[in-house]
Write a protein that binds this ligand. Structure first.
Ligand code: ACM
Ligand code: ZN
Length: 496
C-alpha cells in the first residue's frame, strides 16, 4: 500500500504541469498534447523569425517574449516565430514547447495574438512554460459580445476594459447597441439634437424613467440630466484600440423601431410628427430614408467593420396603416401590408450598405423573402428563425435569448440583484450547441455566436461585469472550441 501511494505521488508529480495547465486554458484549444518538462526563458534565448512578414505580425501582437529577452546571443534556448506549414485559417496558431525551444507559428497578426493569449495562460508564477504541442483554430468566425450602452451609458474606459478581457479569451466582435429609446449614444455631426437632447434623460435609472410614465429627454447640461454619448474621435480611438486586440466593433443603429429618442428630437420623421408618441420611423417618408442614410454615412466613416447592424426588431408598426405617406408608399411599391413596409425599408438599407461595400446585419425580424441577398441575420428568438434565414440563403449569428442573453438571473432571484429576463445560469449558457437543429449542409451559414447584455436593470460598471462574467466566457469557449460534447464540471473548474 505504501509503495502504491509513493508510486502515485511520483506519477502525479511527474505530470503536475500538464494537469495544472490542462485545467487552465480557456477557451480550450482544439488539440493539445502535454509533454514532460518546462521551457524557462529566464536565462535569455535567441529569437528567430522565418520572414519579415512574420516579424511584422509578431511585433504587432506585442509578445512579451520579444520585449523581455535579455538578448543573449549565446543562450542555448530558442524562441522561433514562423508561418504555419499548412494553409490554415487566418486565426489559427500552433505552439511547440520543449525544454530548449518555444516555437510559435501563425500566418497573421491575429494568429500570433491568439498564441500570445494562450502563452499568457500557460505561464507559471516563475515565468516558465510547460512543454506541449498545441494546434488551435476557432470553430466559428464570429465570437461576439453585445453591450447595450443606450439603456445605461458606459464610458469608453469601460469598453476598453471589456475589449482587453474579450481579446484574452479570443473573442473578436464587440457589438455596440448605440441607439434606443433610452438614449442616442453616437455623435452625428449632421443631426446635433441626437446628442444635445436625445442622449439625455430625466432619470438616471432606466427602470424608474421608463416605468413612472414620465419618460422625458433633456437638454445636455440640464441639472440632473443623465446620459452621454461618444464623440466620433472617441469612437475612432476605440475602433483602433479594439483592432490592435483583434476585435472588430459592430455599430448598431436601430430602425425602424426602438427610436423614441430620435422621433422626439426630430418628430417629422414619424408618421404623426408628434413628439413622445412614436417608436417607429415613418417608412413612407423620403425624410426617413434621407436621415438614416446620412446617419449611416457617418457611421461608416467611423466604423470600418464589414457588418453594420440596423436593428430591425420589435416594430409595432401601429401608425403605418393610417399614415398617408405609408399608404402611398405601399400603393406605389405594390406592398400588401405594413410588414411589407418594414421589409421594404430593410431591403433599401441592405442595398445602400452593399453599394458602400458593407453588409447589413439585423435582428431576426428582418427575415423576409425580399431581404437583400448578402444581408446577415442575428438570431435572438429561436433556431427556427436561423433555419428560415438560412433557407433564404443568409448567414446567421446565433444569439438565442434562451442561452445567450446575459441579462437574466444567474442564480435564485432572492440571492441576486434584480434582473430583467428570466433565469440563465452559467450552465445554461454553456449548454448552448450552436449547430443543434441546423442541417450539416447548412452549417457553413453559421458565422458564429454572441452573448448579449441588455442593460435596462444594469446601471453600473461593476454590475455590468457581474452580469457578463463568467457567462461571457462560456460564449468564448463555445465560439472558439465548438464544445459539442459538454462537461460542465470540467468547464466550471477552468472558468472559476
Ligand atoms: C431583442 O432582444 N429585441 C433583439
Ligand atoms: Zn408613415
Amino acid at each position: 500500500m505504501k509503495y502504491i501511494l509513493l508510486f502515485s505521488l511520483l506519477f502525479i508529480s511527474a505530470f503536475t504541469p500538464s494537469l495544472v495547465c490542462a485545467h487552465s486554458l480557456l477557451p480550450a484549444p482544439q488539440r493539445v498534447v502535454w509533454k514532460k518538462g518546462i521551457f524557462s526563458p529566464k536565462n535569455g534565448y535567441q529569437i528567430t523569425y522565418d520572414s519579415q512578414e512574420t516579424r511584422t505580425n509578431v511585433d504587432r501582437a506585442q509578445f512579451p517574449l520579444e520585449q523581455d529577452n535579455k538578448a543573449v546571443n549565446s543562450a542555448p534556448g530558442r524562441v522561433c516565430f514562423s508561418v504555419l506549414p499548412t494553409n490554415s485559417c487566418s486565426e489559427a496558431y500552433n505552439l511547440r514547447i520543449t525544454p530548449d525551444s518555444l516555437i510559435v507559428s501563425a500566418n497573421s497578426f491575429i494568429g500570433f495574438l491568439h498564441a500570445k493569449s494562450t502563452l499568457e495562460q500557460l505561464e507559471d508564477k516563475d515565468g516558465c512554460y510547460p512543454c506541449c504541442v498545441i494546434e488551435d483554430e476557432p470553430a466559428y468566425r464570429w465570437r461576439g459580445a453585445m453591450l447595450d450602452v443606450s439603456r445605461h451609458f458606459f464610458p469608453i474606459s469601460f469598453l476598453k476594459k471589456q475589449i482587453d478581457v474579450m481579446s484574452s479569451y479570443k473573442m473578436n466582435r464587440l457589438h455596440l447597441h448605440l441607439t434606443d429609446a433610452a438614449g442616442w449614444r453616437m455623435e452625428i455631426k449632421r443631426y446635433p439634437r441626437l446628442t444635445s437632447f436625445a442622449a439625455w434623460r430625466t432619470d438616471s435609472l432606466w427602470k424608474t424613467w421608463w416605468n413612472d410614465g414620465k419618460r422625458h429627454y433633456a437638454q445636455e447640461g440640464t441639472p440632473g440630466a443623465y446620459g452621454g454619448y461618444y464623440t466620433q474621435d472617441e469612437l475612432r480611438g476605440l475602433v483602433r484600440y479594439a483592432q490592435e486586440r483583434g476585435i472588430t466593433i459592430i455599430p448598431e443603429i436601430e430602425m425602424p423601431a426602438h427610436s423614441e429618442e430620435v422621433l422626439t428630437a426630430y418628430p417629422e420623421l414619424s408618421c404623426t410628427h408628434v413628439p413622445y408618441k412614436q417608436a417607429d420611423f415613418c417608412p413612407g417618408s423620403v425624410a426617413t430614408y434621407d436621415f438614416l442614410q446620412n446617419v449611416l454615412m457617418e457611421v461608416m466613416d467611423v466604423f470600418p467593420s464589414q457588418y453594420i447592424h440596423v436593428g430591425g426588431d420589435e416594430a409595432g408598426k401601429a401608425s403605418w396603416g393610417n399614415c398617408p405617406l405609408c399608404k402611398q408608399k405601399m400603393k406605389e411599391e405594390g406592398i400588401a401590408d405594413v410588414n411589407g413596409l418594414q421589409a421594404h425599408l430593410i431591403r433599401h438599407f441592405g442595398q445602400f450598405l452593399k453599394k458602400h461595400n458593407r453588409t447589413l446585419i439585423g435582428w431576426d425580424e428582418i427575415i423576409d423573402s425580399t431581404l437583400e441577398e448578402s444581408s446577415a441575420v442575428m438570431v435572438w428568438r429561436n433556431v427556427e428563425a436561423a433555419n428560415e434565414a438560412i433557407q433564404l440563403g443568409h448567414d446567421v449569428v446565433l444569439s438565442p435569448g434562451a442561452f445567450c442573453y446575459l441579462d437574466g438571473y444567474q442564480d435564485s432571484p432572492d440571492s441576486q440583484p434584480e434582473a430583467y429576463g428570466g433565469y440563465r445560469s452559467l450552465e445554461m449558457v454553456y449548454d448552448f450547441v450552436p449547430d443543434k437543429g441546423i442541417a450539416p449542409s447548412d452549417r457553413k451559414h453559421i458565422l458564429g455566436i454572441q452573448g448579449n447584455l441588455w442593460t435596462e436593470y444594469v446601471p453600473t460598471e461593476s454590475h455590468a461585469e457581474y452580469m457578463l462574467y463568467p457567462r461571457l466566457l462560456a460564449i468564448a469557449e463555445i465560439g472558439w472550441n465548438g464544445t459539442a460534447e459538454k462537461d460542465f464540471p470540467e468547464f466550471r473548474q477552468r472558468v472559476l
